[in-house]
Design a protein around this ligand. Structure first.
Ligand SMILES: Cc1ncc(COP(=O)(O)O)c(C=O)c1O
Length: 482
């Protein structure tokens, strides 16, 4: 594919772009229960307009574009107040949860380099429910992730296990509010006490829940504290592009003090060009996301968010009760916000997902890991609320249908063939062959994913990871002619 010789007419170009979306999930109808955080058409219009207004301003240099500094400082101030930070709390606006987490880990690492130079291989302790972004940060930054088992009933961090995992090389503890997979809040006050006792940093991952949880508390839910009121919490990540409903590319990382944030920043005047001084990962940075986040917060407002929380909270309760009433389904833990996971010991959840897809729903597969069995994840949006009864009715029928379906044959064959094999010894072709057995070839996905999900679920973690890397390495490539 080449750049067209002559530019396209606007109409044609947009028609083509619209056409490209043909196979995407039509999320506006409210039946995509993951990935999308939709505040409804009115807020969407406002957010879009704010984004386009600041599309081109470069937040790289606030001396040239002081409005970008003002927007960021205002958004971060609102975030700090939301999380009950005092005037010493500082933060940065980032492109997403992963970047916020990466920066918190970098700050912890660089502080340890300065204050605890004897540590050669720094470690961070992650409840095994902590988002994989921490492991990615560890991978990028040379901080070893130590995965700590969680309570198998509640899926919350186990304080005794966390305590037992601390070594002289530990620099950082992590807790989630809420965890993505099961939507539960870790015991942050206990983790804070442990961090203080052992003089460690504690990062709270509030990417998913940090923004909406305070409203759930205000509605009377008995939630533990997880913010800067908890002694021992030293940093918090909180996304705007999830349940603050901002445009994608919007998150924050906050620190109890400037002393800690200093370690997140990067400067270089060691080249021939302009001096680089970057608080975050990006250098050139569109001000669109920060303007859109500012607009979302101002347009929806505190009352608006409280109302959204009330609606999604009630819907979540109905969904949980409805799932529990379907034979053979079981909700994992006790979801504390508006996201949840459920499983089945008798029916393949992966078939249920495929059946739901055929009826126009997107519900998300989660593979077995640690004490968490294979399950289905749901995130409940304002736009999903009106669908609760339909979802439950379809779910009941899909479970019935899945009950009669054969499952696990290919997965059993594949796991027998790969048992004990070191993924490093396996070639790209082997993995392509494996994918072809599951019906995946080239960039085309099979309409039903149950078999491939079952294979992934059955494989060891390193094999899963290698297989997915090989798959993605195929997926992103030059399209065929025509
Ligand atoms: C708890 C939690 N932390 C971190 C992330 C990563 O955020 P992002 O996808 O914005 O990088 C997510 C994403 O869902 C999350 O749920």
């Amino acid at each position: 594919m080449r750049i067209p010789q002559r530019g396209l007419a606007k109409e044609e170009l947009f028609a083509r772009l619209e056409g490209y979306r043909r196979d995407d999930m039509p999320w506006r109808d409210g039946r995509t229960w993951a990935y999308v955080y939709d505040p409804g058409p009115e807020a969407e219009e406002v957010i879009k307009r704010a984004f386009s207004l600041y599309l081109t301003e470069n937040a790289l240099d606030p001396t040239v574009f002081p409005s970008t500094l003002r927007l960021e400082n205002e958004v971060i101030a609102m975030a700090a107040a939301h999380l009950h930070g005092d005037e010493a709390v500082v933060g940065s606006f980032t492109s997403g949860g992963t970047e916020s987490i990466l920066l918190a880990v970098k700050a912890a690492r660089d502080r340890a380099r300065e204050q605890r130079p004897g540590i050669r291989e720094p470690e961070m302790l992650l409840p095994e429910t902590a988002h994989a972004a921490f492991q990615k940060a560890g991978h990028y930054l040379g901080v070893r992730p130590v995965l700590v088992p969680v309570d198998p009933r509640t899926f919350k961090a186990d304080i005794d296990a966390m305590r037992a995992a601390i070594t002289p090389d530990t620099i950082l503890l992590v807790g989630s509010a809420v965890s993505y997979a099961h939507g539960v809040v870790d015991p942050i006050p206990e983790l804070g006490a442990l961090a203080q006792e052992r003089e460690l940093l504690l990062h709270v991952d509030g990417c998913m829940g940090g923004f909406l949880l305070p409203y759930f508390r205000r509605l009377g839910d008995p939630l533990p504290l997880y913010d800067f009121r908890v002694p021992g919490v030293t940093s918090i990540s909180m996304d705007f592009h999830k349940y603050a409903f901002a445009a994608k590319g919007a998150s924050s990382v906050l620190y109890r003090s400037k002393e800690l944030r200093r370690h997140q920043m990067y400067a270089s005047s060691n080249w021939t060009g302009y001096t680089i001084i970057n608080p975050t990962v990006q250098s050139t940075k569109s001000a669109g996301p920060v303007a859109a986040a500012w607009a979302a917060l101002h347009f929806i407002g505190d009352d608006g968010y409280l109302e959204i929380a009330r609606r999604v909270r009630d819907a979540t309760r109905r969904v949980v009760a409805g799932i529990e009433a379907i034979p053979d389904l079981r909700v994992l833990g006790r979801p504390e916000m508006n996201l949840l996971a459920f499983t089945s010991e008798r029916v393949s959840v992966f078939h249920v997902i495929d059946e739901m897809k055929e009826r126009g729903w997107y519900v998300q597969p989660q593979l077995a890991y640690g004490c968490s069995p294979p399950n289905i994840h749901l995130s409940i949006n304002p736009a999903s609320v009106r669908w609760v009864d339909d979802l439950l009715a379809d779910l009941r029928e899909c479970v019935d249908k899945a009950r009669g379906m054969p499952s696990g044959e290919l997965a059993a064959k594949v796991s027998a063939a790969f048992a004990g094999r070191d993924p490093r010894e396996l070639t790209g072709e082997t993995f392509q062959g494996l994918l072809a057995m599951g019906g995946v070839s080239g960039t085309a996905l099979p309409s039903r994913m149950a078999e491939i999900n079952e294979v992934l679920n059955a494989l060891s973690v390193p094999l899963r990871e290698k297989l997915l890397v090989e798959y993605l390495n195929e997926l992103f490539r030059q399209p065929a002619e025509g």
